[in-house]
Ligand binder design. Sequence first.
Ligand code: SAH
Length: 259
Amino acid sequence: MDIKDDASFGDGEVVMVLDDKRRGQIIVLKAGSGSNTHNGMIDHDFIIGKAEGYLVETRKGKHFRVVRPSISEIIELMPRGAQVIYPKDLGQILMMGDIRPGLKVLESGVGSGALSMTLLNAGVDLVGYEIREDFKNRAFNNVEKFLPKEALDRYRVELRDVYEEISESSFDRVLLDLPEPWRVVDHLEGVLRSGGLIMAYQTSVGQLEQFRAALAKWRYFMPQTVEVSVRPWHYSENVLRPEHRMVAHTGFLTVARKL
Ligand code: SAH
């Protein structure tokens, strides 16, 4: 369902319910239906028609705050199989990859669909190549369940090995999150348009070296690799300091232009 700000919650809408410790759960509202939480059943009919911020009571008498989730909250809470790319890296991908509405993008592998959701939310036309059927279905189901219906018109996932062949042409962007992205660089002629960007998310240095070598071999222009550190801060009365723990390493992001 399309979301209208300031409107009350509607049947079919995606909401997040938060317990008193601010632990969230994503629910797709359906009239007459209910959702189990660790603190008892929530009847959807209690939420439908209420305004954002409503405090709903479960059948056990516990209270949950109801809000509309952000895309990063949806990604953090949605069902996943494969390891997903974290929001801190997803945000950087949107900037480094210059992602905007209407671009034709190839993504591989698709995994649980965290990157797919981010790209679709930014308005691209997306084709995914995924080698495993269970992940293909998981990603598709996540998009179908948690994004506005029109996103499905811009999304197609094919069950394919991207190392073998890419049968479509003229993509504006190619985004890779799989073990050996350099094997894709070898057959991008005609697949990625001139001036288009290739981007890879990689978790270890050995993989990164091989990818950079492939980019150099094919004379990709202005390659750039970064990692993103996000340090959350703690705030309570009289105490303002960095949190003790942070996610120190996820992966490296590399982008380059094809000329
Ligand atoms: N970026 C995804 C996670 C991808 S995990 C997300 O944000 O959710 C890596 C995925 O690559 C896995 O699903 C794996 O099955 C897929 N994969 C690995 N090798 C592949 C290949 N040769 N062709 C297509 N997909 C592949």
